[in-house]
Design a protein around this ligand. Sequence first.
Ligand code: CDP
Ligand code: MG
Length: 136
Amino acid sequence: MNNMEQTLSIIKPDAVERHLENEIKDVFKNKGFSIIKEKKIQLEKEEAEKFYKVHETKPFYNDLCNYLSSGPIVVMVLEKENGVIANRELMGATNPADADEGTIRKKYGISIDKNSVHGSDSVENARIEIDFFFKD
Ligand code: CDP
Ligand code: MG
């Protein structure tokens, strides 16, 4: 069985600010992910709003978009067998307080908003999110 999948990963401002970029990339590589594309950027608020549009009715939407655009982020296309779910498992629960031992959010996350990483939640959304950042 071969089901190589690509997924979009973001190292969020709280982690970039703490110089965790290389450490987190090593976690992905050590778990068998290939980093196919990557770039370090800072989003405008309007771009963050577009990226997180699915959450626009949520009470945390405005803070979330301010936060994602508050500093540099590292955006990556990761690839692995069943990569979308594998990345979600490696990231851990949205709230680091609920995240399992051995997950990125458990180890590096500060709070539910500063949870260090984003990862696509489905194959369909992975395609949309990869296009959002890497469509030439
Ligand atoms: O990132 P993930 O897919 O695990 O969670 P989400 O439900 O798609 O929410 C997107 C992001 O919004 C989360 O990663 C949190 O940083 C943030 N969030 C928040 O600040 N407060 C909440 N109650 C829920 C999510
Ligand atoms: Mg999500």
